[in-house]
Design a protein around this ligand. Sequence first.
Ligand code: MRU
Length: 364
Amino acid sequence: MIINGKNYRTIWLADDKKSIEIIDQRFLPFEFVIEKINNVEEMAAAIKEMHLRGAPLIGAAAGYGIYLACINGKDKKDFDDYIINMAKLLESTRPTAINLKWGLNRMLNEIKKTKTIDEKIETALKTAIIIADEDVEINRNIGLNGVKLIENIAKNKNGKTVEILTHCNAGALATVDIGTATASIYEAFNRKIDIHVWVEETRPRNQGKLTAWELQQAQVPNTVICDNTGGHLMQTGKVDIVIVGTDRTTSNGDVANKIGTYQKALAAADNNIPFYVALPSPTIDWTLISGKQIPIEERTEDEVLYIEGYLNKKVENVRLFAEKTKALNYGFDVTPARLITGLITEKGICKPHELEKFFGKMSV
Ligand code: MRU
């Protein structure tokens, strides 16, 4: 992703090879801050407190987190137990995005195949880098598959702007690079298709500010709307396609994504607007057969009761509600497969109920 003219990923191995660097998303879009993560506990805190976020990026962070654990634990007699405990610590940080567990399992399986601690450290680094690189490749292919949908709409509109609506941030910042929902958008923009993106604000954490910022960095035309506006835009013919991301998709094609996604799927269905989910394969939970089984993250009520903004050159938190007001804060909701037109995967586009047949059964 190009930020202020320079190419970045969201996470990478630091020059000292003993720490990891990430774009600290708590300060975006106001300040561009790079945070150095020195040990596995700091990585767990960075995931939990959302210095980094987005399902695919959390999966990559799990990989680098285990690498840090291997370095931190190298002199411990009970090295193997320590790594398993650190994997549990990382897994406990965010419950809904399955990429976290997927990344941890992959790391532990690879490490298990080696004997000496040096081999384990080397394998951990190699695997973490592969996970990160694969994420970028998967997203590139999602973009190449999804762009066909946008091209078809553009053809039918005779050159008129294709209007795309997206929710939350399923962009480059939610992945290692490129993004999932944004992959097709960036590909369409590169192919000079006339597009415009409606960016939903996405209360309470307002990840829409990240989407608007990264689209702006890439010069993709976009407009922020508050979450309540999406349905009206669909009803009045101002949306051609909805593309969102996912944090966990079950084998029957049900999709957990950022809270509010379900309402947009309902509005899209009511208005015959195609509703697509960009789905990288590590986000599929083959062990669950229905979205009803997905654990939904509940976060602090403060994210609802307060709002973050930029004041006097500082990111500040301002209270929105009276003292003693109570709030409820679910991070995700489930959109049933029946409301989803298609899943855009790195292998191609499939109907949600055909997911298992399309991929062939894969294990986590
Ligand atoms: O709580 P977040 O910000 O981690 O949630 C992110 C989302 O819900 C994204 O839409 C999802 O991870 C898909 S990301 C490519």
